[in-house]
Design a protein around this ligand. Structure first.
Ligand SMILES: O=C(O)CCC(=O)C(=O)O
Ligand SMILES: [Fe+2]
Length: 354
């Protein structure tokens, strides 16, 4: 038997979408239409219904998402065991050096206090090649667990994309197709630990940024907090909630939805107690996917007198990523502007005739 996941069978809750948080109004799914609920779920704190459903901040806590709680518990267990067995010693050395430098007055604000590894699932999985992912313990088959979890998260990501399509009046499958490129989407999972830090004033767990890609589904620690998002100029906590999945929207969805859904700045704080686990799965466009505002949304926007049509650029996702890696911890707007200028340069270049 391939580890603890195959027995007992995983109970599957039917997906009823709901949202709860200290910062977000609770949605009574029985009293609202599904459409309204979807709108509300992506508003982010505090709840704003806004006329016409435009300009949404975009982080939501999803409960009743359909992923079995037993599977989530197993993912948490193997991830924490992996950190303790394979990564903790190395992190301690990094922590010692970082603190020593910080306390001597060096600026360590450019360092993230996290221990992570990345599992790529699509287009080609690297799971079998990760050197220290443990699959030798029968009770702790991490590769198997991660594979099963990733497959559930991938399906959930695509369901969320379709809910967004429905919400935006786009045809079902539009966003999935927009991400496909020639080789399908890029999909991967970042497994992170944010160990306790005795000097939270010196260093962040992860510096503020927006995510570059499409939809990001995050399974975060249900005890140890740290994730915050920037809302109306203030940092607000995304509180730990057992078995919830946090959904976050990346820059590409902002472009494709022509700003109807905005990527949101977020960061992870350090804290002196508790080791925070986070498992973030990134459902992103394929490298060669061409990203641009959905024509239907750009046209609707153009009808408004105060809005310039096609305010967002058109570009190849890989080009955006090449820029993003150098400017991740900066505002997104200059990245969008740079992609616009790059497109102008391409268009203005003389056409080779020889
Ligand atoms: O760990 C978290 O809660 C957030 C991680 C994150 O924002 C990222 O990896 O992009
Ligand atoms: Fe992020």
């Amino acid at each position: 038997m391939a580890g603890g996941l195959t027995s007992p069978p995983i109970r599957r809750s039917s997906p009823r979408w709901s949202l709860e948080s200290d910062n977000v109004d609770q949605i009574d799914t029985a009293r609202r239409s599904r459409q309204m609920w979807i709108e509300a779920a992506f508003v982010g704190p505090p709840l704003r219904t806004g006329r016409g459903g435009r300009r949404r901040a975009t982080t939501a806590q999803m409960l009743n998402h359909g992923i079995a709680h037993e599977l989530m518990d197993e993912v948490e267990r193997v991830s924490k065991a992996h950190y303790a067995n394979c990564r903790e010693e190395k992190f301690k050395e990094f922590a010692r050096r970082t603190l020593e430098a910080g306390e001597k007055g060096a600026d360590v604000k450019g360092i993230d206090w996290e221990s992570t590894f990345f599992v790529r699932h699509r287009p080609v999985s690297n799971l079998a090649d990760l050197p220290d992912v443990d699959d030798h313990y029968s009770y702790c088959n991490q590769r198997q667990v991660m594979k099963q979890f990733a497959s559930e998260i991938e399906k959930l990501s695509e369901r969320v994309l379709d809910l967004l399509c429905e919400n935006l009046g786009l045809e079902k499958g539009y966003l999935k197709k927009a991400f496909a490129g020639s080789n399908g989407p890029t999909f991967g999972t970042k497994v992170s630990s944010y160990p306790p830090c005795p000097r939270p004033d010196l260093v962040d767990g992860l510096r503020a940024h927006t995510d570059a890609g499409g939809i990001i589904l995050l399974f975060q620690d249900d005890q140890v907090s740290g994730l915050q998002l920037l809302k109306d100029g203030e940092w607000v906590d995304v509180p730990p909630m057992r078995h919830a999945i946090v959904a976050n929207i990346g820059d590409q969805l902002e472009v494709i939805t022509n700003g109807r859904y905005k990527s949101v700045m977020h960061r992870v704080l350090t804290r002196p107690d508790g080791n925070r686990m986070s498992i973030a799965s990134f459902y992103n466009p394929g490298a060669d996917a061409v990203i641009f505002p959905a024509p239907a949304l750009a046209a609707a926007e153009a009808e408004r007198a105060d809005a310039a049509a096609a305010a967002y650029p058109r570009f190849v996702f890989e080009d955006y990523m090449n820029l993003y890696v150098r400017h991740k911890f900066e505002a997104k707007e200059p990245r969008f502007e740079a992609m616009k200028s790059a497109a102008e340069v391409v268009h203005a270049a003389p056409i080779a005739t020889a």
